[in-house]
Design a protein around this ligand. Structure first.
Ligand SMILES: NC(=O)c1ccc[n+]([C@@H]2O[C@H](COP(=O)([O-])OP(=O)(O)OC[C@H]3O[C@@H](n4cnc5c(N)ncnc54)[C@H](OP(=O)(O)O)[C@@H]3O)[C@@H](O)[C@H]2O)c1
Length: 232
């Protein structure tokens, strides 16, 4: 079987680093990307030392130039792409509610959590289609699930709901083009974002994303947690 190639955004720490590790352990060639080159290279070296087939590419998901360059370089350097994991995300709402959140915070959150995954999907779909078994996995959150929405975490929730809509839209247009697109919620995970009091390890948080990327999933346009479909 041909070796698969994956891109992971925000791979320098937290869930993105763990997704890269688990994919690498399954024999996938992983292009780890990070906006901070120093931190990204340190994470990449860590996995390289573990014997995994990893590579590093500097990518800020809010930078259009960086995104366009990525698509060209991937084609030249690696020739093919099978998996895109849109993992990079920010949570900068603090304790603000929807009544007092400033628009700058909303804009920044949308840029990273929604427009980044949108642009990356747009530029990488041509390569993913060639794969024949392309996968896009959007790392979303239960905080974006409409049935659980409240007025707290305003821009984060807005962004993750929008990311889920992006999943449905992409899945629809790619349904007959050999690319499965799904959202997943990692649960509450012990990372810089989740904090030390979170209930899950990074290994548990990464598991469903890795399964959606490599497993015998066969479904598209859905939202998952713990390898099971959950409600939007
Ligand atoms: N932890 C949880 O409990 C939890 C729950 C539900 C969903 N999630 C989602 O899981 C994903 C990963 O979260 P995490 O817990 O691992 O968070 P984290 O530890 O804060 O890591 C976030 C990652 O995203 C990167 N990033 C942020 N902005 C970026 C940009 N513009 N370009 C490229 N990379 C960027 C960060 O890079 P820097 O190091 O440079 O900042 C970091 O690598 C996020 O999408 C998050 O919303 C997390």
């Amino acid at each position: 079987m041909n070796q698969k190639t994956a891109i992971v955004t925000g791979a320098n720490r937290g869930i993105g680093l763990e997704i890269s590790k688990q994919l690498g352990q399954l024999g996938v060639k992983v292009i780890m990307t990070a906006r901070n080159e120093e931190k990204g290279r340190a994470a990449y070296k860590q996995l390289k030392q573990e014997g995994l087939d990893v590579h590093f590419y500097a990518l800020d998901v809010t930078n259009e130039e960086s995104i366009q360059k990525l698509a060209l370089d991937i084609k030249e350097r690696f020739g093919s792409l099978d998996i895109l994991i849109n993992n990079a995300g920010i949570y900068i709402d603090g304790k603000n509610s929807i009544l007092d959140i400033d628009l700058d915070t909303v804009r920044k959150t949308m840029e990273t959590n929604v427009y980044g995954p949108l642009r990356l999907s747009q530029v990488l779909v041509p390569l993913l289609q060639v794969s024949g078994d392309g996968r896009i996995v959007n790392v979303s959150s239960g905080m974006g699930a409409i049935e659980d929405l409240g007025g707290l975490y305003p821009s984060y929730s807005l962004s993750k709901t929008a990311l889920n809509v992006l999943t449905i839209q992409l899945a629809d247009v790619l349904r007959d083009r050999g690319v499965l697109v799904n959202s997943m919620c990692p649960g509450w995970v012990r990372t810089e974002m989740g904090g030390s009091g979170a209930t899950r390890s990074v290994a548990e948080g990464a598991d469903t994303a890795v399964w959606l990327a490599t497993g015998n999933v066969g479904r598209t346009g859905l939202f998952f947690r713990d390898r099971k479909e959950i409600s939007w």
